[in-house]
Design a protein around this ligand. Structure first.
Ligand SMILES: NC(=O)c1ccc[n+]([C@@H]2O[C@H](COP(=O)([O-])OP(=O)(O)OC[C@H]3O[C@@H](n4cnc5c(N)ncnc54)[C@H](O)[C@@H]3O)[C@@H](O)[C@H]2O)c1
Ligand SMILES: CC(C)[C@H](C(=O)O)[C@@H](O)C(=O)O
Ligand SMILES: [Mg+2]
Length: 347
């Protein structure tokens, strides 16, 4: 059981350290942790945000636990060398096309949400975000137009096979839940989205037990606040999924609570909180490590089939929250290590 641990930048190392403490406390037979450099930290050390040796470590592992990357002081670098390329590169190189971002309100903790408790109490949804395509990975550039104006451009596209495989992931996820799949797109404006919608409808023929609906992304953003309980599984593209998942985190309570799994075919996966390196609070011991700890639970479940251990971690996080252990992101005063201690004490 070899797990690569890539802590990264900003609060990445702080939150990852707590997740590692939790993993180690479970005394899992054969657990081996291997560290690697990613992001700005890797750029400073090796001149690249995703050095070859880090990729090799990832490939030699059964799963990756990832913190966060991003360092505003390196934003002047050419895009290929920016810290974010580490996570984008890992997703692409390792074929991690299906990003599962569950957002479920903690029972009894409906008031963590900024929504009214009767609204937030019903949230139990899963965003299935395509992770290898879309405008993220299209050609891009800046050019100067004939009239001298500068123009930035990014190519958005989806090929049908890319849509098909994430649609299957969405339908399968829905089959394991309450059999409702909402495909979110912008087919009223974008050709990319029209193809997306057509292909999702084609794939739906193979899943007659799942109720498929379609929603434009602007409406989905509104419905997530109005009536988030109406969603079960949302399947969507890379960009829309990025935005909607940050929004869903606040419907639950905080971005510091949302975990994610980025999966390839098979059992390999990369697991990370949905948040970033949070430079505004980095190095202060203030970050909430719960999203990373919950990502470690997803890792045990998806990559190793350790359901009982995963459930133990999730229950410990829920118990810590129920006992009022809250970080600043939730209006509390508990620091990173204190939250880690609280989860460990409840394992
Ligand atoms: N997967 C990733 O590694 C990833 C994800 C998102 C953003 N980023 C990068 O992170 C950097 C900062 O981006 P940003 O500020 O837009 O987003 P962010 O998610 O880092 O932070 C947004 C806000 O949420 C707060 N926050 C985030 N995580 C928190 C936690 N665990 N506990 C408490 N508060 C938390 C931050 O303090 C900040 O106020 C950028 O360089 C960005 O590109 C990386
Ligand atoms: C850092 C960035 C490239 C990344 C994304 O946009 O996918 C982040 O926002 C995320 O949600 O994991
Ligand atoms: Mg994001």
């Amino acid at each position: 059981m070899r797990i690569a641990v890539f802590a990264g930048d900003g609060i990445g190392p702080e939150v990852t350290a707590e997740a590692v403490r939790v993993l180690e406390a479970l005394n899992i037979d054969g657990l081996e942790l291997v560290e690697g450099d990613v992001g700005g930290a890797a750029y400073r050390k090796h001149g690249h945000p995703l050095p070859q040796q880090t990729l090799d470590i990832a490939r030699s592992a059964d799963a990756v636990l990832f913190g966060a990357v991003g360092d505003f002081s390196l934003d002047h670098l050419e895009r290929a060398l920016r810290p974010e390329q580490a996570v984008l590169g890992l997703r692409k190189e390792l074929g991690l096309f299906a990003n599962l971002r569950p957002a479920t309100v903690f029972k009894g903790l409906e008031d963590l949400s900024t929504l009214r408790p009767e609204v937030s109490g019903k949230i139990d949804l899963l965003i299935v975000r395509e992770l290898n395509g879309d405008v993220y990975f299209g050609e891009k550039g800046t050019r100067t137009l004939e009239d001298g104006r500068r123009q930035g451009w990014d190519m958005m596209s989806y090929a049908e096979d890319e849509v098909r495989r994430i649609a299957h992931a969405g339908f399968k996820a829905a089959q394991g839940r309450s059999k409702k799949l909402c495909s979110v797109d912008k087919a009223n404006v974008l050709e990319t989205s029209q193809l997306w919608r057509d292909v999702v409808i084609e794939v739906s023929a193979e899943y007659p037990d799942v109720e498929l609906t379609h929603m434009y992304v602007d409406n989905a953003a509104m419905q997530l606040v109005k009536n988030p309980g109406a969603f079960d599984v949302i399947v969507t593209g890379n960009l829309f999924g990025d935005i909607l998942s940050d929004q869903a985190s606040m419907c639950v309570g905080s971005i510091g609570l949302l975990a994610s799994a980025s999966l390839a075919e098979g059992t390999f996966g990369l697991y990370e909180p949905i948040h970033g390196s949070a430079p505004d609070i980095a190095g202060k011991g203030l970050a909430n490590p719960m999203a990373t700890i919950l990502s470690a639970a997803m890792l045990l479940r998806h990559s190793f089939g350790l359901e009982a251990e995963a459930a133990r971690i999730e229950a410990a996080v829920a118990a810590a929250l129920a006992d009022g252990i809250k970080g600043g992101d939730l209006g509390g005063s508990a620091g990173t290590k204190e939250i880690g201690d609280a989860v460990l004490a409840r394992l």
